[in-house]
Design a protein around this ligand. Structure first.
Ligand code: ADP
Ligand code: MG
Length: 250
C-alpha cells in the first residue's frame, strides 16, 4: 500500500469532503486502485459519490464496532471503491467508550485493505473518537481550510490534535499539508489570510489553491465529484494539480 491520507478539521463546511472525494477521484483517474472511507455519520462523501445510504448492508459502523472486514462497494467511477457511512456511526462513540483500544479500531482493520494503492479517509467536523480513529490510521494528514479571518484560530486546534496523536497514538503521522479551499482571488481578506498562512506555515501550505465555484455545489446534487461531473473545469484541474504536488513532495 502506498498512501493513507486523512482529511480533517474540526470546523465544518470548509471542504474536507469535497477535497476527499475529488482527490480520490483524481487518483482513480490515473489508475490507482483507490478506496474512500467515510467516517462522518452525515455521510456526505457517500452521497457525494451517488450512493444511497439506505440501500447498504454494511458500513464504517460495522468496520469500527462489529466486524473485522467490510467489503468496499463500487462507485460509478472506475478504480474507486468506498466503505460508506451510516447514521448508526454517530453511536459508535458511545459503544466504544469502554473499549481500551477504541482509538485504534480503524488502524488495525486497515491491514485487511492492503490491496489498495491509495486510501482516503473523510472525517466529521469534530475531534471525537471517529476523527481520532482516522488520524491514528493514516500516514498523511491534509488539513482543509478556507482563507477567512477566523480560520487561523481553528487551525491551531487541529494542529495541536495532530501533535497529540503523533506523540501518543501514531508516530508515523505526517502533516502532508494545508489545502486552501473555496478561494476567492478578488477578496483582499482572502489574499491576506493566504499570505499570513504562508508566512507561518511556509511550505506546509500547498501551492495548489482550490477556487470557489458554484459548479462544486451542483456536482454534489448530481452525486458526482467534480472530476467526473465537469472534468475540464478549473476546480478539477486544481485537484489534479494537488495530486501532482503531493506525489512530487514525497
Ligand atoms: P466539510 O466536509 O468540511 O464539512 P464540504 O466539503 O461538505 O465541507 O463543503 C461544504 C459546502 O461547501 C458544500 O456545500 C460544498 O458543496 C461547498 N464547497 C466545497 N468546496 C467548494 C468550492 N471549491 N467551491 C464552492 N463550493 C464548495
Ligand atoms: Mg464533510
Amino acid at each position: 500500500m502506498k498512501r493513507i491520507i486523512v482529511f480533517a478539521n474540526q470546523k465544518g463546511g470548509v471542504g474536507k469532503t469535497t477535497c476527499a472525494i475529488n482527490l480520490a477521484a483524481s487518483y482513480a483517474e490515473i489508475n490507482k486502485n483507490t478506496l474512500i472511507i467515510d467516517l462522518d455519520p452525515q455521510g456526505n462523501a457517500t452521497t457525494g459519490l451517488g450512493i444511497d445510504k439506505r440501500s447498504l448492508s454494511s458500513s464504517t459502523y460495522e468496520l469500527l464496532v462489529t466486524k473485522e472486514f467490510v467489503e468496499p462497494i463500487d462507485t460509478d467511477i472506475e478504480n474507486l471503491k468506498i466503505i460508506c457511512s451510516h447514521p448508526d456511526l454517530a453511536g459508535a462513540e458511545i459503544e466504544l467508550v469502554d473499549d481500551t483500544d477504541r482509538n485504534l479500531k480503524l488502524r488495525k482493520k486497515l491491514e485487511n485493505y492492503s490491496n489498495f494503492d491509495v486510501i482516503i479517509i473523510d472525517t466529521p467536523p469534530s475531534l471525537g473518537i471517529l476523527t481520532i480513529n482516522g488520524l491514528a490510521a493514516a500516514r498523511d494528514l491534509i488539513i482543509t481550510m478556507q482563507a477567512e479571518f477566523y480560520a487561523l484560530e481553528g487551525l491551531s486546534m487541529i494542529i495541536n490534535t495532530y501533535e497529540r496523536i503523533k506523540s501518543r497514538l501514531n508516530p508515523e503521522l505526517n502533516l502532508l499539508g494545508i489545502i486552501v479551499n473555496m478561494f476567492m482571488q478578488r477578496l483582499v481578506v482572502s489574499n491576506e489570510v493566504l499570505n499570513d498562512l504562508r508566512l507561518h506555515f511556509k511550505n506546509k501550505v500547498f501551492k495548489t489553491i482550490i477556487p470557489r465555484s458554484v459548479r462544486v455545489v451542483e456536482s454534489q446534487s448530481f452525486g458526482k465529484p467534480m472530476i467526473t461531473f465537469d472534468p475540464r473545469s478549473v476546480v478539477s484541474n486544481a485537484f489534479r494539480e494537488l495530486l501532482q504536488e503531493i506525489e512530487k513532495n514525497v
